[in-house]
Design a protein around this ligand. Structure first.
Ligand code: FRU
Length: 492
């Protein structure tokens, strides 16, 4: 039975969704049906379709009254909205149905696990928002919250851990049918840790181990953990809050890092840390294992520090990234746009061995929804080589390569923002034999940059008017480039 609150959200979504024109949304990046979106949730493959839920406040373009919005897709490119799946309609989740995950069960049920937030008055009279884990069973459209909710509470925490920062369960099922879940937790001193739990029925959970801890070194609270094998490694993905930058790494404040190491079934042994995105808009990603064995990641293409600029009149705000395939290569996690996107490539234009002048514009190379592949070959005297995108009027978004310093600079200062905050990022890159390869995926309101084989990515939201779709190449010194461009045409 769906609650009055959920029905209200569903009706509101159905009405409002129609008032947003397809060209007002991205072409292939998922947004909320209406209103606010943050983290992706419940990313899973259920009954032959990909299901992707998201933190949603349908009633506003700002965070609040957190529901789970829902969409599905057969190819991760074209999404169909489904009615909202969860509303904060129970006492134990009245302050929000926070982030969580989903799993398709062999018996045909779709299981969701999420964090319920409840406001309580403690014995000493102070107010607190307790976080506990809840489950819901569904059929791909309707989800019934379990009667034993919340199923994993503060009573299951290790000594000293905070009961108000205990969230974002990522669950999966082992081949023997038992469940595992990783949970984000504050150790009690503002420092993050990830807890591993085990259950036979998804209702009764026991703590297995503390997988890893920040110890105040890798940010504060760690949000949205994920835990999976990749190649011969084990990856613990976390989104640390309040993290200090070091060199060109970890500049987002709220970052996403991969802790990479090995797992013996109980304990995780960290060997290496990798920054997962170098752009301005990337947070709280989640992965799923596709039936063909691909590990696919999708993130929130926004960040808590960058979400205060909402264009006037917007009826929705926030997008998810393009789903990305993860590979272990050259001692790093590499990310590539999902290959299904290539099915939507049209109008190929290739320009090879172009000598770049001060301002080089190439016939047929423009667009605001494109897949652009570049090979940059600067000569030793080249000080910089710049790609200017989404040009027109007073706008342009630039990616500048400084070969001498092996550095890329991304700048979206002139991309439609009316907000003077940090709009640039720098990335240390490693060209191969003097050549740097880039792949740029442009949608109406974003740029996702993939460096080399995807060793690095950078995601940024743009608000440049759609018709401003010019592209120019600039160099100081001698440089040659190869350009391959495809329009991405996705009928709504
Ligand atoms: C991450 C996060 C999660 C939480 C959710 C609330 O962006 O803070 O930790 O579950 O957002 O919407």
């Amino acid at each position: 039975m769906t609650s009055a609150m959920l029905n209200r959200a569903r009706e509101y979504e159905a009405q409002q969704q129609k008032t947003i024109l397809p060209r007002q949304r991205p072409g292939f990046h998922l947004t909320g049906a209406v209103g606010w979106v943050n983290d992706p949730n419940g990313f899973s493959f259920y009954q032959n379709e990909y299901h992707l839920f998201y933190q949603s406040n349908p009633y506003d373009v700002h965070w609040g009254s957190i529901h789970w919005g829902h969409a599905k897709s057969t190819d991760l490119v074209r999404w169909e909205y489904l009615p909202a799946a969860l509303a904060p309609d129970m006492p134990y989740d009245a302050m929000g149905c926070f982030s969580g995950s989903g799993a398709a069960l062999p018996d045909g049920r779709h299981l969701l696990m999420y964090t319920g937030v409840e406001r309580v008055t403690r014995a000493d009279g102070t107010q607190a928002e307790l976080q506990a884990q809840c489950i819901a069973w569904g059929d791909g459209i309707n989800y019934e919250k379990d009667e034993s909710n919340p199923v994993l509470t503060a009573a299951d925490l290790p000594e000293g851990a905070s009961d108000t920062d205990f969230r974002d369960p990522k669950l999966w099922q082992e081949p023997d049918g038992s469940f595992r879940a990783v949970l984000a937790s504050d150790r009690g001193d503002g420092s993050g840790q990830v807890l591993l739990y085990r259950s036979d029925d998804a209702r009764a959970w026991e703590l297995v181990s503390v997988l890893d801890q920040s110890n105040g070194k890798l940010g504060g609270m760690w949000e949205c953990p994920d835990f999976f094998p990749l190649g011969d490694r084990q990856v613990l993905l976390v989104s640390p809050m309040n993290m200090e930058p070091s060199g060109l790494e970890f500049h987002a404040g709220n970052n996403v890092i991969a802790l990479i190491g090995s797992f013996d079934g109980r304990n995780f042994h960290r060997e290496q840390v990798q920054n997962m995105d170098y752009g301005l808009d990337f947070y709280a990603p989640q992965t799923m294992l596709a039936p063909d064995g691909r590990r696919i990641l999708v993130g929130w293409m926004q960040n808590w520090a960058t979400c205060s600029f909402v264009p006037a009149g917007a009826k929705y705000f926030g997008q998810l990234t393009l789903p990305r395939e993860l590979h272990w290569h050259g001692g790093r996690i590499c990310q590539q746009p999902i290959r299904e996107l290539e099915d939507y490539r049209k109008n190929r234009v290739v320009c090879q061995k172009v000598f770049v002048e001060r301002e080089t514009v190439l016939a047929g190379i423009r667009g605001s929804m494109i897949d652009l592949l570049l090979t940059l070959r600067p000569e030793p005297d080249c000080a910089f080589l710049q790609i200017a995108l989404r040009q027109g009027g007073c706008h342009e978004t630039t990616v500048t390569y400084f070969p001498g310093e092996q550095r890329l600079c991304l700048d979206r200062s002139r991309s439609g923002y009316r907000f003077d905050v940090v709009h640039t990022r720098e990335i240390a890159v490693q060209p191969e034999d003097g050549t740097l390869k880039l792949r740029l995926i442009l949608d109406r309101f974003s740029l996702e940059l993939f460096v080399g084989r995807g060793e690095q990515t950078a995601s940024v939201v743009l608000f440049t008017p759609e018709q401003e779709d010019g592209i120019a190449f600039r160099a100081r010194g001698n440089a040659e480039i190869d350009v391959e461009k495809y329009d991405l045409i996705i009928e709504p």
